[in-house]
Design a protein around this ligand. Structure first.
Ligand code: PLP
Ligand code: ZN
Length: 412
């Protein structure tokens, strides 16, 4: 009995199109290009989707998962809020703006989406240990998913991550390993580990299970379209670390058009990076097709990938759709966090600050059309990166519990 991957039929090379059986592989044997999941979709209707669960599993017929996936022990991520951000829109001079708030996921970042799909693949391939190289959020999403599914976890992070992310990744159990190095070094180490008897039987969600993992990001596109009443926005701003999320959100929108679930229309896709780790934005502005690796130095640690695997595809998509890739300083990241919190009551992690900062910059530069409908992604919770804004946060006054004291402190 072959494994059940629902509508997925093969892996295909993004560069040369070579096809492979669905398996725990991620690179083309001919050209070393990345492998992607290929589908043979049946008929999928809006009604069918709407009748599904309020999680990413309402889109199971568009994902490499078995039909019974909603009944498997997993964290049921997704179906997060699409918040109409009228106050922020007014402040920036935009006609219509939405925040897709993925801090509402089970481990408070968008990574629960991608891990849920990789978990199904791990199950299908008989892996008993779930693993990853992580910039922070992925580690917590993996240890939580493994706990719920009854699998072992062993996750790898740069040792200098934010404390809340270290706490989250360890509280669910499993093994958390800090590596003295950058994310890119952690990732290279994991690639070596897969080739060693120590790690060859492990499911690394973003390495040997990457084709499946990556498909999870499509659900952001599906949800945005469905929550807008089955239409596409005009513009979207997406954070870029490896570039996988942006690449797959684009794929998700194109699938909806192809399946006739939304009307075809142009959508401009914008990528957002921190200036301290902006290899893709630098290449975009220079007109290059090749992304030069950098050594990250930014408070936006969840986006601190200096050698982004999908960087060239992000460049292609931004150019093809009439978008752009832009970056903002750490100071502007903090301003972005504060702006979103102050206008909409949404407390974003640094990645969200990057997106809001880039949104503002693109509006000011006249690159984004203020009259067009815009969606921005908040991919993580501000409680995970408290230090970014903790410095200036303190009570306006500390007083005795008496009216007199209050009057004195706040007179005129
Ligand atoms: C991982 C992550 C992203 C996007 O990562 P990609 O590697 O580009 O897919 C965005 N925001 C947050 C908070 C993340 O943790
Ligand atoms: Zn190939």
């Amino acid at each position: 009995m072959p494994n059940d991957f629902g509508p997925a039929v093969a892996l295909s090379c993004r560069e040369c199109g070579a096809r492979y059986d669905l398996g725990p592989s991620f690179a083309c044997l001919d050209c070393f290009g990345p492998l992607e999941v290929a589908y043979d979709f049946g008929t999928v209707t809006r009604e069918q989707i709407a009748a599904g669960p309020t999680s990413i599993w309402r889109y199971k017929d568009l994902l490499p998962v078995p039909a019974g996936v909603a009944g498997h022990p997993n964290l049921q991520p997704g179906w997060t809020k699409l918040v109409k951000a009228d106050n922020l829109a007014a402040e920036l001079g935009l006609r219509s703006l939405y925040v897709k708030d993925d801090s509402g996921n089970p481990t408070h970042s968008f990574k629960d989406r991608v891990v849920a799909i990789a978990l199904e693949a791990a199950r299908a391939f008989g892996f008993h240990t779930l693993s990853c190289s992580s910039t922070g959020n992925l580690a917590g999403a993996v240890t939580a998913a493994a706990a719920r599914a009854g699998l072992d976890a062993c996750v790898f992070i740069p040792a200098d991550l934010e404390q809340p992310k270290i706490v989250m990744a360890s509280v669910y159990g499993g093994r958390l390993v800090g590596i003295d190095g950058t994310y890119d070094e952690v990732n290279r180490f994991c690639s070596e580990l897969i080739g060693d008897p120590l790690g060859e039987k492990w499911g690394f969600v973003n390495v040997n299970l990457r084709p499946y993992y990556a498909e999870g990001s499509k659900t952001l596109a599906y949800e945005i379209a469905e929550q807008l009443g089955w239409r596409l926005p005009d513009q979207i701003v997406i954070p870029v670390a490896s570039g996988s999320q942006l690449t797959k959100v684009d794929k998700g929108f194109r699938e909806l058009i192809k399946l006739g679930l939304v009307e075809d229309k142009p959508i401009r896709i914008f990528g957002a990076q921190a200036a301290g780790c902006s290899p893709v934005s630098t290449a975009f502005k220079a007109g290059h097709d090749v992304v030069q690796p950098v050594k990250p130095d930014t408070i936006a640690k969840s986006l601190a990938i200096g050698n982004p695997a999908d960087g060239p595809y992000v460049l292609d998509i931004a150019r093809r759709t009439g978008g752009a890739v832009e970056d903002v300083t750490d100071e502007q990241v903090v301003e972005g966090i504060r702006l979103l919190a102050r206008t909409e009551g949404i407390f974003a992690e640094t990645a969200g600050g990057v997106v809001v900062g880039v949104l503002r910059k693109l509006v000011e530069q006249g690159v984004l059309d203020p009259g067009a409908e815009t969606v921005v992604l908040n991919t993580g919770d501000g409680l995970k990166t408290l230090d970014a804004v903790a410095g200036s946060a303190r009570p306006a006054a500390v007083i005795r519990p008496s009216l007199d004291a209050f009057r004195t402190a706040f007179a005129n």
